[in-house]
Design a protein around this ligand. Sequence first.
Ligand code: KG4
Ligand code: ZN
Length: 350
Amino acid sequence: MLILGIETSCDETGAAVIEATDRSQPVRILSNTVASSLKLHAETGGIIPEIAAREQIKYMLPVLTEALDTAGTTLDAIDCIGVTYGPGLIGSLLVGVETAKTLAYIYNKPIIPVNHMYGHIYANWIHRHIDDTSSTDAITFPALALVVSGGHTDLLLLKNHGDITILGGTRDDAAGEAFDKIGRLLGLSYPAGPVISQLAEKGNPSVFVLPRPMIGSGNYEFSFSGLKTAVLNLTKKYTLDFSEGQHSQTLYDLCAGVEEAIVDIIVRKTLKAAEEYSVKTILLGGGVAANTRLQEVLRERAEMQSVPAEIFIPQSSLCTDNAAMIASAAFYMGQKTPWRNVHVDPELYY
Ligand code: KG4
Ligand code: ZN
């Protein structure tokens, strides 16, 4: 079957077509188009919801057309539409949901409303390449999912498709939010996660050993706001030259220290949960899962601690917001819903 995915929960406008056969196999991407208004938000240092939604109204139809054209298909041939209905920015979510409802009504197609967070998890059930037909990457349950994005840092236990238990989440800032807010303190552009990661490559993580809040808390809760305060105090102590091209070694070292602290907290809790619940697989998802240091440390320590779980990490473009992951979640765990009953839910959790 062919599923059209639509994703507009934050600043991205995404449309994708995936081909899905049976739930024991990963789905295949036929197209995955994403337009972002990130450049506009980089100028303001963060997302202004009204501006994001206005841009999405402009992008939605061209993105949809491109996704269908690239997939070599038409709306008539689509079997159902998966759309993000929450959590996210209300204006942004409305653009995607109203588009999906209009298409469902005109073309008489069923809609599957998708929780954005499940989308991040189901990015793992996508074939790595368009021509990849191997089934060796089949994911086995029980699985532990780590969703690390701009809005969430969650650990979840999946016993089966749709059978999901929350083990813990963040009490304050999410991991991506911590990267972004610390980046702002350091005068770096938004979103700061990838920028900090790049600068950290030239730094020494042992120069600034930053606090790891709640690392030994014995549960799966996270907290990152103390880390932000620690960086704020350091910026008062050191003179950092933030101007473009003038980055100092101190800034590189600080970025390395920040990345190491965030990675250390996430990896420690993830492996503890993997051991406690004897999971067969660990699934990463969300923008921060694209962080190469996180990927490296998780794999290294899992091996060191002899955690037998197989680790799955979507390719970078599937870690950050996209519509293919929404279509994938729609296939594995979604429910067809009459378009009249589909509504946005900005505060949706799990
Ligand atoms: O999943 P996502 O695209 O959007 C949300 O649903 O939030 O995640 C965006 C977040 C941002 O906070 C961004 O700074 C972070 O993911 N991010 C990264 C990296 N790439 C994106 N953080 C650290 N390292 C990266 N390579
Ligand atoms: Zn996301």
